[in-house]
Design a protein around this ligand. Structure first.
Ligand code: CIR
Length: 254
């Protein structure tokens, strides 16, 4: 059974962390409706959707991907680079405990789940404003015994590695070449985002379908032309909080 853990949108989401975006008003009710439609999409594609306890006083609580990395063998509890996000950790750890042995990233390491792109037994990890070399080194030490290789990749211009590159099919990545060079992924086919849509690199591949923001029609057309099946979602309010489609769920086999 595939589980998708999500958390409802905080009423304080407009006070979220922002790194590359200007702060804009966020319509919380609209954000909640968009989030509910996203959750329905996860369910339609075969997930059992589980809601984490609400954390109304934590503005970024909806972006659960950053707090953990769930592998088949263990779950890594991350240590977000933004201190304001660390109070999100205990509830995520508690929810994952029945499913996996938990390992943790410790100070001085920082790691955001949004920086980890898993490609089979390889974990590509963004060295970003959120994830530091100590965090990547700890991750490497913790997962090596399970046969994973970890490779740090410098990220600039965007928040996380997965803001710039995500997997959209077995051997295919969607990538913004302005933010990350494709040389890191030589074995893969690359679909570049449309130049007019820099934020279009974050897509969520789930059971052969890609959940994709309707804000990026030109890039979506490139994906569809490559034979990729899309489920379009409207996540415009969450995007104002610098979130996208991978960041709102933790998906794993129970
Ligand atoms: C933050 O800056 O931490 C949040 N406002 C957005 C996090 C988005 N996370 C993700 O894409 N994995």
């Amino acid at each position: 059974m595939l589980i998708a853990m999500i958390r409802e949108v905080s009423p304080l989401i407009a006070q979220c962390e922002l790194t590359h975006l200007e702060r804009q008003p966020i319509d919380v009710e609209k954000a909640r409706l968009q989030h509910a439609a996203y959750a329905a999409c996860l369910a339609r594609l075969g997930c059992e959707v589980q809601c984490l306890p609400a954390t109304p006083d934590l503005p970024d609580g909806v972006f659960v991907e950053d707090i953990a990395l769930v592998l088949d063998e263990v779950a890594m509890i991350a240590r977000p680079g933004a201190a304001s996000r660390r109070p999100e950790i205990p509830s995520v750890a508690q929810a994952l405990e029945p499913y996996r042995k938990l390992l943790t990233i410790e100070e001085p390491g920082t790691l955001d789940g949004g920086d980890v792109l898993r490609l089979g037994r390889k974990l590509m990890v963004g060295l970003s404003e959120r994830s530091n070399p100590a965090g990547v080194e700890q991750l490497h030490r913790l997962v090596e015994p399970f046969g994973y290789r970890v490779e740090g990749i410098p990220v600039s211009g965007c928040l996380h590695l997965k803001s710039a590159v995500t997997q959209v099919a077995e051997n295919t990545l969607l990538l913004n070449p302005e933010w990350i060079i494709s040389d890191w992924f030589r074995a893969m086919k690359i679909i570049p985002v449309h130049p007019a849509e820099p934020y279009a690199g974050n897509a969520l591949l789930l059971n052969g379908t890609v959940i994709y923001p309707d804000a990026f029609p030109a890039t979506g057309e490139r994906l569809e032309s490559a034979g990729i099946h899309l489920e379009w979602v409207d996540v415009s309010e969450l995007a104002k909080a610098e979130g996208a489609v991978t960041c709102c769920s933790l998906i794993f086999e129970a």
